[in-house]
Design a protein around this ligand. Sequence first.
Ligand SMILES: Cc1cc2nc3c(=O)[nH]c(=O)nc-3n(C[C@H](O)[C@H](O)[C@H](O)COP(=O)(O)OP(=O)(O)OC[C@H]3O[C@@H](n4cnc5c(N)ncnc54)[C@H](O)[C@@H]3O)c2cc1C
Length: 435
Amino acid sequence: MDEGVRIFVGTAYSTAQRPLVSAVWTTTTGCFRGPRNSGEIVTVNKTTTIGIVGGGIGGLAAALAFQRAGFRVAVYEQAPELAEVGAGLSLSPTAAHALNHLGLHETLEHKAYHPEDQCVRHWADARPLTWINRGRKLLEQYGERYYLIHRADLHDALAAAVRTNDADAIRLNKICVSLTQDAAGVDLQFADGTAARCEAIIGADGSRSVIRQKIFGLLPVEYTGYIAWRGLVPMERIPPEILEPPSGVFIGPGHLVNRYPVRGGKLLNFVAFAERKAWTEEGWSIRSTVDELLQEFQGWTPMVRRIMELVPEDQLFKWGLFDREPLTQWTSGRVTLLGDAAHPILPFLGHGAVLAIEDAVVLARAFEAAGSVEEAYSRYEAARRERASFVVLASRKAGKMFHDVDTDSYNERTGGKAADEGIGLFSYNPVLQAV
Ligand SMILES: Cc1cc2nc3c(=O)[nH]c(=O)nc-3n(C[C@H](O)[C@H](O)[C@H](O)COP(=O)(O)OP(=O)(O)OC[C@H]3O[C@@H](n4cnc5c(N)ncnc54)[C@H](O)[C@@H]3O)c2cc1C
């Protein structure tokens, strides 16, 4: 890369490895000075033009990570306005490290729910099968805890931070329809007839990525046999005795329900999974009815059914889960992929957004470390692909494990360990991972 601008990136960290200083965009250099995890001086090339297609959680996290590394980015988002679907998101300690690095610890602190103990319960009588600590123990072991957050709260915070750094960074109404590349750059074409040329393009356009299709062709997609419902229930409607503890998982043959508070405890988010032979439509927002949901969960404990009865029908959606094989490469020339575009994933370990946020931080760090776009992509893939593929495959297995016909043997099958932490998923730090 060309000779760039030298910026100091010192950080003060608290004992829980949280940044104590806030971030500053320095108008004199056009670079970002913010909390980081080291005091080294780095050289960055702020002139490399970087385009990100997709302004979801992965795309915006990447935009912020690049800005904080001193790069100017443009995010091309197809929607006319930035908005996230009404649903919850679990964030592991690894994602928390990444978000702290991006200066978003306040969002985790004030917008997210902080579960201490989660309980996995039996579908019929709600007896506890396992208790899992998501707070103190994780803080001690990994320097961060587990958080549960409304998607829009995280998405809004990312967008606000990106726009504070650069008011023009996010370009809306930009449906990317095509791309072509040569040795020096990539040309994007949009549905409105406009175009953009960048030296590097990141496809962060989700599981049905157009960018992926343009560089690798259409991936075979398979319906998994799983369907899911998501709902948000006003907390004041819910009897407190069925929320013990508020963050809980219920497992039964062929079924799974996960529920937890979001929006500062004002709403209870739930996701309910079942199995169906056939499904055609891919997408998140097909309406359902409370009757249909209750029909599927007949005989289940009132700790689940009561919540389902209370969900407003305008807050109840269903969808079918589709799966794709992990890619063996994410990059072609000056184009790479990130988040669901790179590694579409089933939601059974709650790790899709986690991986996208990790990707974002590692990719920007790879650009800081590299001498060219190609080298940055190669460092990024080397630091990310194995982990992402492992989590994608582990998520498939977790679906089967939760849905097993023999609910009673759950503890024996898992050794009493959390499905995610128990297989080592929290032993990764995107801020410290070698790139
Ligand atoms: C039921 C369910 C529960 C989940 N729970 C969790 C959880 O608890 N924890 C977790 O970590 N993950 C969870 N996930 C996964 C997580 O939601 C996704 O992995 C994550 O949103 C991926 O982010 P992304 O930015 O890569 O893609 P997306 O969020 O899909 O964003 C893609 C963006 O690109 C835009 N776009 C698409 N095409 C174009 C185009 N052609 N031109 C321009 N823009 C375009 C879209 O409008 C969108 O804004 C869950 C998923 C499901 C289905």
